[in-house]
Design a protein around this ligand. Structure first.
Ligand SMILES: Nc1ncnc2c1ncn2[C@@H]1O[C@H](COP(=O)(O)OP(=O)(O)OP(=O)(O)O)[C@@H](O)[C@H]1O
Ligand SMILES: [Mg+2]
Length: 283
């Protein structure tokens, strides 16, 4: 029997982040990892701390996913993009340069650029991570390396003019959609900034948008082993969709309760109803 798991040690963090996922999991019958048995099978939701943390959680529970090696493939955006490239998978995504410490800057950088680390953008709202020239890039890289470590790998991506869904604390919220892919099959989507903008402009997406997102999500997920992958896409001001990033669905946040419950249930073979609304639904 497949089961859904959470780890109660994540609760304080969830409270801080106003992350409701563990309540929703409890609603649908998930159990604490502490109650699992060596032969338990299923899927664990939680946060991404480190490889060793996940080994501590499920190392002696071989039937519980993600397995650490499944998770690891999806932690670093440069690695995700590299794996897509070596597998010949082409999805529209901003050109990306990887900046290693002490390496000369690539000569073909095209400003403006979006700056983030390989793990996270850190800042909220894209505009704060925009740099217009080499000086701004140096300043921003400095800040990121001070916060995350002197040898942090930095990614710079060609700037996209992203369509605006609405306003929040940090300025413009993007028209960004999180797709949820189970065992390689895209099953649902949710507006990614729902916590910030309850009634976004540009939603619901058209059936044509959703069918395009579905194909793109399937392509992105193809080379990865994790049972649940979250792949994010943004719409630019010309109405074109771009792949942003993909990560482990186990750690992927959402404010869309119905979509989350639908996805989690499907992971353990329970196909429930999901009517869908303007900000999320089936794919
Ligand atoms: N190339 C780009 N041009 C313009 N804006 C961007 C670009 N890339 C990202 N953004 C904006 O910045 C936001 C955060 O970027 P991204 O998703 O890469 O990092 P993140 O979500 O902070 O990473 P993580 O989810 O791992 O914490 C996106 O939602 C998008 O609005
Ligand atoms: Mg993101």
């Amino acid at each position: 029997m497949l089961q859904l798991f959470y780890d109660h040690n994540d609760f304080p963090n969830a409270r801080k982040l106003k992350d409701e996922r563990f309540h929703w999991l409890q609603d649908i019958g998930a159990v604490d990892l502490g109650e699992s048995q060596p032969d338990s099978t299923g899927f664990l939701f939680g946060y991404q701390y480190s490889y060793s943390h996940l080994i501590n959680q499920v190392g002696d529970r071989p039937g519980i996913h993600d397995r650490p090696e499944e998770r690891e493939e999806l932690i670093h955006l440069d690695e995700v993009l590299r794996v897509l490239a070596v597998n010949g998978i082409e999805v529209p995504t901003p050109q990306t340069w990887v900046l290693e410490i002490d390496e000369e800057l690539p000569r073909d950088l095209e400003f403006p650029l979006f700056v983030r680390t390989r793990k996270s953008s850190w800042k909220r709202g894209g505009d704060q991570s925009k740099v217009r020239n080499l000086n701004e890039l140096a300043d921003e890289s400095d800040l990121l390396r001070r916060a995350f470590g002197w040898d942090t790998t930095i990614l710079v991506r060609k700037w996209l003019d992203i369509a605006v869904a609405g306003q929040w604390m940090f300025g413009d919220a993007p028209q960004e959609i999180r797709t949820w892919v189970i065992d390689g099959q895209p099953v649902a989507w949710s507006f990614h900034y729902l916590h910030a903008v309850p009634n976004p402009v540009g939603f619901p997406p058209s059936p044509a948008d959703l069918s395009q997102l579905k194909s793109m999500a399937a392509l992105v997920a193809k080379p990865f082993r994790s049972r649940l992958i979250a792949a994010d896409f943004v719409r630019d001001t010309n109405h074109n969709w771009h792949f942003m990033e993909a990560g482990p669905g186990a750690n992927a946040g959402t404010a869309h309760e119905a979509v989350f419950k639908y996805v989690a249930s499907r992971l353990i073979g329970n196909e429930t109803d999901l009517a869908g609304d303007a900000v999320g639904g089936r794919l």
